[in-house]
Every structure is written in C-alpha cells, then in structure tokens.
Design a protein around this ligand. Structure first.
Ligand SMILES: [Zn+2]
Ligand SMILES: [Zn+2]
Length: 365
C-alpha cells in the first residue's frame, strides 16, 4: 500500500498527487501518520521558485504533527519523554547537520550548515515521504522528535505552525526587556506569534501593523494592545500612533515579519534611538530598499539584527510556553481553512492572496 502525497513537481506547476512507496523503517527511524501539516509562506515561495537549490519534485510541509505508527529502537523523544505508538508528536524539520563544519563547530550556527537538510524543502520526493503533505511522514534516524505536551492539541501547534517558532525566535533575538514598547510589522503567522510571545515576555505595549482586518483581530486576540491597519492608516498616521504610545521616542523593539522591503525603512523610522530592530520576514529576496546610514543607523545608535530560521531550542521553548499559556495563545483560531492533499493548489493560492492566515493540509480530507 503506497502513500498518497501532494508533490510540487516544479515551480509554478500544479501540485500533483503521487503515490509513493512506504519506506523501510531503519533502526532509529519513526513512521508517522500525518495528523496535520501546513502551508507556510515559504511553501508559496517554493511554488514560485524563489528559493535556491530546491530538488524538485518535493513533498512540501516542513512543520507537521503526526501520530507514531512505528518506531524502531526509539522509545524516547528528544527531551527524554517516553514514546509509544499512537503518541502525537512534532519534530524539528532541520536535520543532518554535520557537527563538523565551521558553522556547526565554531559559529554555533547549525542552521547555516551547508550539509543541513530540511523536511519539506531540501529532500526530493524521490527520497521518500520526507514532507508533511502526505499521508505518512518518515522520520530518519536522528530527527529530533517531540511529544506534544499533554495540554496541547495538534491544532494548537499547527495553527501557529512554522511561524510560531520563527516568531518566538525573533522575540528571543530582540532581547526585549520588561516594559518595552514593541512594534511588530506584519500580521501573518510569524507576526502574530511575535506579538503573542512579546506580550508574554513582558512588553509594556505591543503594536501590530498589518492587514487585512481578519489578521488584525487575531493579533488582538493573541495579545496586541494596538493594531494599525495598512489599509486604513497611511504611513504618517502609523508613525504618529507609535510616537503617541512612546511619548514621541519611538519603539524600543521592532520585529519585522512582513516580507515587504518597504517595511524596513518604515521600521527604522519608528525605532527609538538605541532601539533594537529584528528583521525576520525576508526569507526570500523581495528587493532592495533605501536606508540612510546617518539617520537610520549611526545617529540612531540602532541595533539591527537578522533572524534566520529556528533552532531546536526555539521549538522546545515555544511549545512549553504554548502549553503553559494555552488560554492566552489560542493559535488554533489562526487556522483559516483545511485542505485535502488534492486541494493543495487552492491552499497555496489562498495563502498567497491572504484569504486565510494559516492553511492546514489534512491528508484525511
Ligand atoms: Zn555543519
Ligand atoms: Zn515555514
């Protein structure tokens, strides 16, 4: 019996339904029945061919939740929790880092390791069910698997999806202090998670700039104190509003999660002198933007930081916080619609056109 999978055969082509062979579960490997995977902005970029070195055809879906069907010689998750068949788990999509290159051993940046592989992105569909848009997912030996905390459902986790962890990482990167005013640019899954975790970390106020209105109401539910709609508030009005909540100083911390180059110059203008700006929304090259080195950086004494991907610790800590503060972090509400494997094209289109905030791929539909 083969595995049905939604395959991105090449950029811009329709998603194809393939039946691929069940993998032989090696010692240390785990076979999951997919409970839910997601459509992340990166999947839209993959479909537009905007990432380098992708071995099309691929099975997309880098963040997923699954139920253990078979585990060979693995009885503990990455944190030592007992694992049994039937347990619901998620896993760290980055895999096969070499622990030998400069990035791994010296720079402490395994997510820059040239040998790293990522589920749903850098494996070919010919390598097996190594992406979430499939009925089953094979976790190769060494993949870091995490049992979902008892209080969490699959929807709690997949509703935030990849953005949950990226938003968490961006907040950690910002070193935000209790009482800081935080501006989040962008109200997609990354921006929503950044706003939620900034609030939990003790922000004095969280302002979210974004669109459309459905995303901004989710931002409010997840902890934003003030939302500024790109559709209703022009640039000057947004700047006035941020100055208004900071006695004219500008924001202490700004997290960019918009993927729009224009957000960068706006963000630098909204930052207070000595503030911190984290750029986390530009996973692909969307163009350049003008920055004035004097006013934006030097005189402003700005800390400008980039956040690339997530480390394992971000997944662990984000899940822990999600379990502890589940009532304040209703990420399951971010799920806009669910799609079967044969509806993946529509899911991509709905995400690309902002018709849903988080699209879920459910192979059972
Ligand atoms: Zn390495
Ligand atoms: Zn992603």
């Amino acid at each position: 019996m083969g595995i049905r999978a939604a395959v991105m055969v090449e950029p811009r082509a329709s998603i194809a339904l393939w039946e691929i062979d069940d993998p032989v579960v090696e010692e240390g490997g785990i076979l999951l029945e997919t409970v839910a995977s997601e459509v992340c902005g990166t999947d839209v970029h993959l479909h537009h061919g905007r990432l380098d070195g992708v071995p099309y055809p691929i099975i997309p879906g880098h963040v997923s939740v699954g139920r253990i069907l078979e585990a060979r010689g693995v009885d503990r998750d990455a944190l030592g929790e007992a694992l049994h068949p039937g347990d619901v788990v998620t896993f760290y999509d980055v895999h096969e880092v070499c622990n030998a290159c400069y990035h791994c051993t010296v720079a402490n940046q395994p997510n820059r390791c040239p040998k790293r592989r990522v589920y749903g992105i850098t494996y070919s569909a010919q390598d097996g069910p190594l992406g979430g848009w499939a009925e089953r997912i094979y976790l190769r030996p060494g993949v870091r698997v995490l049992k979902l905390p008892e209080r969490l459902t699959a929807d709690d986790v997949i509703g935030g999806g990849c953005g949950l962890f990226t938003g968490f990482a961006a907040v950690e990167r910002s070193d935000l202090c209790m009482g800081d005013t935080v501006v989040v640019q962008g109200a997609g899954p990354v921006g929503l998670a950044a706003a939620a975790f900034a609030q939990l970390r003790g922000a004095g106020a969280v302002v979210v700039i974004g669109a459309p209105a459905t995303r901004l109401s989710l931002a409010r539910e997840l902890g934003a104190d003030l939302v500024l709609s790109l559709e209703e508030h022009p640039l000057d009005a947004r700047a006035d509003a941020v100055r208004g909540v900071t006695q004219g100083r500008g924001a202490d911390v700004i997290i960019e999660a918009s993927g729009n180059p224009a957000a960068i110059s706006e963000g630098l203008n909204l930052l207070r002198d000595g503030g911190t700006y984290v750029v986390g929304g530009h996973y692909t090259d969307t163009g350049t933007v003008q920055i004035n080195p004097h006013t934006h950086i030097n005189r402003r004494h700005a800390d400008i930081l980039g956040q690339w991907g997530t480390d394992f610790r971000h997944i662990v800590r984000a899940l822990h916080m999600l379990a502890r503060h589940r009532e304040k972090l209703p990420f399951h509400k971010v799920i806009g619609a669910r799609y079967g494997l044969d509806e993946a094209d529509r899911a991509l289109d709905d995400v690309a056109n902002l018709r849903v905030t988080k699209a879920i791929i459910d192979p059972k539909l």
